[in-house]
Write a protein that binds this ligand. Structure first.
Ligand code: NAD
Ligand code: UFG
Length: 334
């Protein structure tokens, strides 16, 4: 069984993936600086799986510490979740985003090279597609054009760095997973999305409104060319997404492989609100406001390649994600 190092493994997607890996028998270590996650996640992982992963509280930018971790760890594979991810903040602080996300990745690849670790799975994003004529995004589409923010560019640049590095090292295997919109929580209710600070994305904002921490959801525009006028996205349950990483680890190939991880089915903002209200039995205060700059009317994944080559497909839907989110919110309050 491969031994895995998960960077950013106490974060939202990382923690759910670590659980699926441990459940499948993998040994997983985590490195995270806890900038956007909490140490208590380790207790929850242990409660769910019966195993506590080895944890290094360290920054990827700390080269000496990274060297030590790789020297002693004897890893087969790295899953690289660690990164800053707030789109708006990246516009305000581009250098911090480039330094953290890109320099952090270069240091990671250098440590992998030094200690003979050849496999990496990288958390990329649908954001690399930018603006396309067709809202169904396929891996073969051109990327990096019309990107609207530094966060998205860090994902695009890191993908390109991986491709360049694969040319130089024939043993290198990189799988780039382009996530669509992850939502939901573990069915135990013990872990879920718990960002530090004010969230930017739809689902954490809905959670804050439900908890009364924000007074209402601002729906950013209802005059888009969609059936109900609100934007449509491909919301993927985080546990399905986590299982996509396990499938990727089992199918690593030489060179760079790219997979969309999404459901293939878009849901509008109004449909998301209705799904949350149905699952919670409560009305969610909303107000239609103006469009948010940079939003596409609609986009969703063509996830055929992941189904064909990884044998992976989603099994959970938006209603499942809403149920699990509400269960998580209730458990947090206990
Ligand atoms: P998250 O913020 O919950 O997790 C990221 C983790 O990385 C955090 O625990 C943070 O403390 C850690 N981290 C950040 N910089 C670090 C550094 N320099 N050294 C060590 N640890 C560091 O985010 P998430 O939602 O779990 O996202 C995981 C990855 O997936 C990110 O790379 C993100 O960009 C990508 N992604 C997320 C989404 C989404 O909507 N959540 C969509 C597409 C891609
Ligand atoms: N929305 C609202 N009100 C809010 C927040 C969001 O109406 O308060 C709407 C947005 O306008 C959009 C939809 O909800 O139509 C989803 O917005 P998110 O911010 O949750 O997600 P995005 O699709 O805009 O982008 C996110 C990440 C990107 C990433 C993309 C796909 O921020 O970096 O998912 O992974 F590329």
């Amino acid at each position: 069984m491969k031994k895995i190092l998960a960077t950013g493994g106490t974060g939202y997607i990382g923690s759910h993936t670590v659980i699926e890996l441990i459940n499948d028998g993998y040994e997983v270590d985590i490195i995270d600086n806890l900038f956007n996650s909490k140490i208590t996640v380790l207790d929850q992982i242990e409660k769910i799986t019966g195993k506590r992963p080895t944890f290094f509280q360290a920054d990827l930018l700390d080269e000496a510490k990274l060297d030590e971790i790789f020297r002693d760890g004897h890893y087969d594979t790295v899953i690289h979740f660690a990164g800053l991810k707030a789109v708006g903040e990246s516009v305000e602080k581009p250098l911090e985003y480039y330094h953290n996300n890109i320099t952090g990745t270069v240091y990671l690849l250098e440590a992998m090279k030094k200690y003979g670790v050849h496999e990496i799975v990288f958390s990329s994003s649908a954001t690399v597609y930018g603006v396309q004529d067709n809202p169904e995004f396929v891996e073969t589409m051109t990327t990096g054009m019309n990107l609207t923010n530094p966060y998205g560019r860090t994902k695009y640049f890191i993908e390109e760095i991986m491709k360049d590095y694969a040319i130089a090292d024939p043993e290198f295997k990189a799988t780039l997973l382009r996530y669509f919109n992850p939502i939901g929580a573990h069915e135990s209710g013990l872990i879920g999305e718990d960002p530090n600070g004010i969230p930017n994305n739809l689902m954490p904002i809905i959670m804050c409104v439900a908890e009364g921490r924000i007074d209402k959801l601002h729906i950013y525009g209802d005059d888009y060319p969609t059936a109900d006028g609100t934007c449509r996205r491909d919301y993927i349950h985080v546990v399905d997404l986590a299982k996509g990483h396990v499938a990727a680890i089992e199918h690593m190939k030489n060179g760079v492989e790219i997979y969309n991880l999404g459901t293939g089915t878009p849901t509008s903002v109004k449909e998301m609100v209705a799904a949350f209200e149905k699952a919670s039995g409560k009305e969610l205060p909303c107000e239609i406001t103006g469009r948010r700059a940079g939003d596409l009317a609609e986009m969703w994944a063509n996830a055929d390649k992941a189904k064909r080559e990884l044998g992976w497909q989603t099994t959970l839907n938006v209603d499942d994600a809403m149920r699990d989110t509400i269960n998580y919110l209730n458990k947090v309050k206990e």
